[in-house]
Write a new protein. Sequence first.
Length: 390
Amino acid sequence: MERTARNSARAATPWLAAAVAATLSLPVLAAPAGAAETGAPAGTSACAYGYTSQATVWFGADADSGVPNRETRSSCTVMDEIMADAPFASHGAFVRTVASVTRGLVRERVLTGGERRDVVHAAAVSEVGRPHPVTGGRSVDLAAIGLVGYTVRATMPTDAAGTLAALAACGFRNIEPSGSAGNFYGYSAAGLAPLTEAAGLEVPSLGVSLSNLQNDVDLVVAEAHAIGARYVRVSGSGSWTLADYSRTAAILNEAGERLSAEGIRVAYHNHGFEFETAENGVTGYDVLVRETNPAFVTMELDVYWAASTDTAATDLFARYPGRFELLHLKDIAEDGSFADVGAGTIDFAEIFAAAPLAGVRYGFTEHDQPSPDGVTSACTSLGYLAGLRY
């Protein structure tokens, strides 16, 4: 049985030197083609909103077993049963759990002996459970750091060239424009590309709308190719239920598979509401991570919005290893307001130290309410990261 979006079970990499990003007009979500409602309502199964059976048993980009994440006799999946005890106290504890769970699944004829060996090997080479201490001896690779364009939204429409040049002058090498396909501060991606190129800035990621992925995927591809983006990211809505998150996961999987053929990955950018919408201990964010296929979809974790709900980035890394190729790096002040990176309460040294576990490739600084202006705030944050040792 293949799990679908409203089924009681569900629908269905190395980096640093060794938030409302944009208000989106979101469509009413309709169930994607092939995601018919079957059986009991979502939330009734012990593994409702669990790991999609459309993926492989996967513990990180360099730890993909290649074994299908099959359903088990308990109407869960192999990944559901393995990751039920996450996070793991040690790498050894994780490998022992994998060995024990898969031994039982061989007896149940869910896995073959050869598949079990592949899964155990993937677990053994993974980062899961390994210590990632702060040593103070490593520096941030600024080549993997960029700025979320939302920070400089006030000046980009009127002086894009000057804004980009100022960012490059203080050391930025990347930018993630925010908007929708065809409109980034009044420019198409093709129109913005000569300006970013002239400033010496690369564009690894574009912020587009969920509607773009649903209705304008060819335009998304064209925009990404025009400016050299390898990721496109979207955000969600605070009004969604878990069933809506499940339908969104199916949309991201479908668009992600289409974009993968073009060398582009889909990323989901969170706010705080994903962690606050919950049923039976399962959050909207859990649904998105578990039900999306890591072959096509990654997460862009906004560490400020996670912290605003008392959710630590490093805890998410431990629970969902390898799923966070992009980060929004922004700080939270004692009073909960936005702060320049390094001026608030988030421990960025811990985040960078755990980046290999998370699978991070790029980090983008951001400030939703920059002062005195976007460029000054951005350069202050970058200066902090340039001096950080982790």
